[in-house]
Design a protein around this ligand. Sequence first.
Ligand SMILES: NC(=O)C1=CN([C@@H]2O[C@H](COP(=O)(O)OP(=O)(O)OC[C@H]3O[C@@H](n4cnc5c(N)ncnc54)[C@H](O)[C@@H]3O)[C@@H](O)[C@H]2O)C=CC1
Ligand SMILES: O=C(O)[C@@H]1CCC=N1
Length: 264
Amino acid sequence: MIAILGTGKMGEALLSGLLRAGVEAGEIVATARREERARSLAERYGVRMVSNAEAAKTADTLILAVKPQDMAALLTEIAPHVPAGRLVVSAAAGITTAFVESRLGGDVPVVRVMSNTPVLVDQAMSVISAGAHAGEDHLKQTESLLSPVGKVLRIPESQQDAATALSGSGPAYFFYLVEAMVDAGILLGMPRAAALDMVTQSIVGAAIMLRDSGEHPVILREAVTSPGGTTIAAIAELERHSVRAAFLAAIEAARDRSNKLAAG
Ligand SMILES: NC(=O)C1=CN([C@@H]2O[C@H](COP(=O)(O)OP(=O)(O)OC[C@H]3O[C@@H](n4cnc5c(N)ncnc54)[C@H](O)[C@@H]3O)[C@@H](O)[C@H]2O)C=CC1
Ligand SMILES: O=C(O)[C@@H]1CCC=N1
């Protein structure tokens, strides 16, 4: 039995992914804070909605998907109910395995995960790290939960905040870029729908080339950039506005924010 505690955007994305991957609805329980939300999830997915205490007692694997700021309260609530040896998977940004271990007590095996919203289309990037009491089996179990909904990579826990900044938040940067490019299309007089189509197909095409060609992004970009042409005119402006430096600073800020999240 798998329990998802805190079924918001990420929890629901993981829940739907598990079901698409063939886990039976009867093998999953979930929890939600609001009754209306619980009813809607039960209706849409056919899973049983239970209390956090019941989820902690009954499931072999607990997936904690509340906001980092709500994690301490959730751990205090479930600590008396988690039987020894249950795998606890924490999906929250910035929350260390030590934070979870210290609040649950005992030798609880904890695996920290940072996934991202493309889990909804089975294209997640999930990075996982073992806590002090989690071994190879626990990492394998977590991989088998997450690999049907995307790519899974093991990383040292010391890199989790950086991964949160890169791939956890990553989809938001691409959506932001699309918004900005569509605005540029509007500036040039394109209808909004057509501009969105053109930009979306360009980003999908570029992403698939990057993933499937094995080429370095510099080579792929150079292939688009003709001498004296249009692309270099655009890139000269991106450089003039320090867009690369802005990305470095932005992702560093996200890493620092992740590092501070456990403190609330
Ligand atoms: N949204 C994203 O792209 C990503 C989010 N995450 C992490 O996933 C976690 C959840 O994020 P979101 O889904 O975006 O937030 P969210 O606010 O949509 O979901 C959190 C849910 O937990 C519920 N909740 C809070 N305390 C609870 C409790 N004691 N018992 C039961 N339910 C409770 C809330 O009512 C809410 O529905 C966060 O820790 C975040 O860092 C990780 C990767 C990506
Ligand atoms: O913005 C956040 O804090 C979460 C963690 C990674 C993506 N969204």
